[in-house]
Design a protein around this ligand. Structure first.
Ligand code: FE2
Ligand code: FE2
Length: 143
């Protein structure tokens, strides 16, 4: 039986928004893919995870490249560190998918870890970039 906890959608907290270019919609898109998997759990299990996670890795890779391109264009000094952070994140996701393949399904535990990986990069790396953007006056002032 699928319980209510498993049906709760993951959400990006408002304090984790970058407010620059397409970065926030891309973070939301990644979380949406995880949430679509949550919605498809049957008895806590989704066996058809290969396609959503193929798309997830594709979007995650494109998102990381997009951020790194923005950083390069703006001469951000933290680019190399941030790119290493992205590479580590991708490696963790690949290991997570290998674990799903070994067990033959994705469950809420793996989906939580996946959500955590998105948030991990936002909190530890993207928000640092946001401070840099703010310093350049590129983030609109909010009331
Ligand atoms: Fe990001
Ligand atoms: Fe990032």
């Amino acid at each position: 039986m699928t319980n209510d906890t498993e049906r709760q959608a993951f959400a990006l907290p408002p304090t984790f928004y970058i407010h620059y270019d397409d970065i926030d919609p891309q973070h939301e898109d990644l979380i949406d893919i995880v949430n679509d998997c949550v919605a498809r759990l049957v008895d806590g299990v989704l066996e058809d995870f290969e396609e959503p996670f193929r798309i997830f890795v594709e979007h995650l890779t494109a998102h990381f490249s997009h951020e790194e391109d923005l950083m390069r264009d703006l001469g951000y000094s933290g680019l190399d560190w941030h790119a290493d952070h992205h590479a580590d994140c991708l490696k963790r996701v690949e290991n997570l998918i290998a674990g799903m393949q070994a067990q033959g399904y994705v469950g809420i535990r793996e989906l939580r870890v996946c959500f955590h990986d998105i948030i991990h990069d936002v909190v530890h790396a993207d928000l640092k970039f946001a401070e840099f953007l703010d310093g350049l006056g590129l983030i609109p002032r909010r009331q």
